[in-house]
Design a protein. Structure first.
Length: 506
């Protein structure tokens, strides 16, 4: 008989239901797989045959045709092993077709019949539910991840033999209990209160967190730039459940989800090294994987030692910084991954690191310093709203035993400011002040007369560009929101002016 089992393909973040059809006929014993399978799918033949035999079932000595439909969807990876094996058993009437009605099946087989983990289970389960499937057979290792999706019965499968006795009713497998997603807790890696001194930098990071602004820190080595960056996620607003699921989807596809924790609860913090490849940063590869910028989605992308990243690397950040997505072109057509991250960069002010330091002398020539700073491209700087100088601090401050403010307290202020922004942008489709375009800036960043005068003077005195002008207004808006003030007051504007780029191109 013709057997049909439903499975799921995944390319990028896109899922598509795949029908695995198996028919047996006369001819030399062989298995033929048609329907745009890649080499990993072709290799299923061996695994399916061995797994069926080792489960004590009969592998037919017939011509077996496996059709993966629709043929237009490319089938990648080993996740079709289990559905193919089951379809062979249904086609040879060793197990009933009815056991798989309304069901989706995914899983890789090992030769002994074990069912192995596959990546991308969460988006597959979400697709299954959306398309009206009521049950999903998944590798046992992936059951907790699939069970994040409500209203879908998840059957965890350890071996094909277990599954066979389940469908025959001999030894039913109990469905995996649905994973309740309660309130999202933040795991604090680096707490703000561990950072001594640097009040100016901490304040700037609070503003960055409150308005979603990108940040560049500059200062001599050892002043705590890396430490400050690592402390940012703990003051960012907690993720909503939808955001957490959104991030988890990406980690599921990247195969970076910790086995025992199916849901990413903390905002990601990604710190790629400057030697990272293009594909590693933006994503790509034969079976397209998300890059660091997508792994940083809804979290922080930290580029430490920014000038060490090549010009070309920094250039590719342009589109994602603008559009919050990244487009990857490949032979089979382009695909997109989300890449809505907050950029935090750090650099020394010059190659030796001491330029501008009152204590240690800088040994770099002026032309070396200019060349070093020019390594950061203009388009990237355009997307950075806050420039923080992180100076050396003296021993008294560093050895101060008093604790600073814990991250949680700062985060509460940040969340209150974000709430104001959510209300403000209800109809604009934006999520935070950093996303404002000139139209919204005109609408929401209105200055009084004193503010207008201050801004005019600053523009002339510091020779600010139109872009810098917009950046300062957005920041002033965030500072006002942190203060709970409906209007931008002169003090807010004056503070915003402090975070402009001083040495770098404006
Ligand atoms: N303000 C500070 N408070 C507490 N520890 C600090 C501070 N500044 C630096 N440190 C410590 O000094 C070390 C170097 O800091 P780091 O953040 O790597 O500096 P940078 O990135 O500026 O070179 C770290 O181990 C960090 O814990
Ligand atoms: Mg550092």
């Amino acid at each position: 008989m013709l057997a049909r089992i439903y499975s799921c393909s995944i390319i990028g973040l896109e899922t598509a239901i795949v029908e695995v059809e198996v028919d047996t006929g006369q001819g030399l014993p062989a298995m033929i797989i048609v329907g745009l399978p890649d080499t990993a799918v072709q290799e299923s033949r061996e695994r399916v045959q061995m797994a069926i035999k080792n489960a004590g079932m009969i592998y037919p000595r017939k011509r077996i045709t496996v059709n993966l439909a629709p043929a237009s969807v490319k089938k990648e990876g080993p996740a079709y092993d289990l559905p193919i094996a089951l379809a062979v058993l249904v086609a040879t009437e060793q197990i009933p077709q009815a056991a798989f009605s309304n069901s989706l099946v995914v899983g890789e087989l090992s030769l002994d019949g074990g069912v192995r983990h596959v990546r991308g289970i969460l988006p597959m389960a979400a697709a299954a539910r959306q398309l009206g499937f009521t049950r999903m057979f998944v590798p046992e290792a992936d059951a907790a991840e699939a069970a994040l999706i409500p209203d879908l019965e998840i059957i965890p499968v350890r071996t094909i033999l277990d599954l066979i006795s389940h469908v025959k009713g001999e030894n039913p497998i109990s469905p995996y209990p649905q994973v309740e997603i309660s309130e999202i807790q933040v795991e604090v890696q680096t707490d703000f209160q561990e950072i001594k001194g640097q009040e100016h930098a901490k304040r700037a990071l609070e503003i960055a967190a409150a308005g979603g602004h990108n940040v560049l820190m500059s200062g001599p080595p050892g002043t705590g730039k890396t430490l400050l960056a690592r402390a940012l996620p703990a003051i960012l607003p907690r993720m909503t459940i939808d955001e957490a699921l959104d991030v988890t989807r990406i980690y599921s596809i990247a195969d970076k989800l910790p086995r025992d924790v199916p849901l990413v609860r903390s905002r990601p913090f990604r710190a790629p090294h400057h030697t990272i490849s293009h594909a590693g940063l933006v994503g790509g590869g034969n079976t397209p994987h998300p890059g660091e910028i997508s792994l940083a989605h809804r979290g922080v992308l930290f580029l430490d030692e920014l000038p060490e990243f090549g010009m070309r690397v920094l250039e590719v950040l342009r589109q994602p910084l603008e559009d919050k997505i990244v487009t990857i072109s490949r032979a089979q057509g382009s695909l997109t991954f989300p890449a809505n991250f907050q950029l935090v960069a750090a650099m020394n002010p010059c190659p030796c690191g001491n330029y501008g330091d009152p204590v240690k002398a800088c040994t770099c020539s002026p032309s070396t310093i200019t060349k070093y700073q020019k390594r950061i491209s203009g388009p990237l700087l355009d997307r950075i709203d806050i420039f923080i100088e992180v100076p050396r601090i003296d021993y008294e401050k560093l050895s101060d035993k008093r604790q600073g403010e814990p991250s949680e307290v700062v985060r509460n202020r940040v969340e209150a400011a974000r709430q104001i922004q959510r209300e403000r942008f209800k109809e604009d489709g934006l999520s935070c002040n950093a996303d404002m375009r000139p139209a919204e800036i005109r609408k929401y960043c209105i200055l009084d007369e004193t503010g207008t005068n201050l801004m005019r003077t600053a523009m002339q005195q510091f020779q600010l560009s139109a872009r810098a002008y917009h950046r300062i207004l957005k920041l002033a808006r965030t500072i006002a929101d942190l203060a709970g003030s409906p209007n931008i007051q002169t003090a807010h504007l004056a503070e915003a002016l402090q975070y402009r780029h001083r040495n770098l191109l404006n």
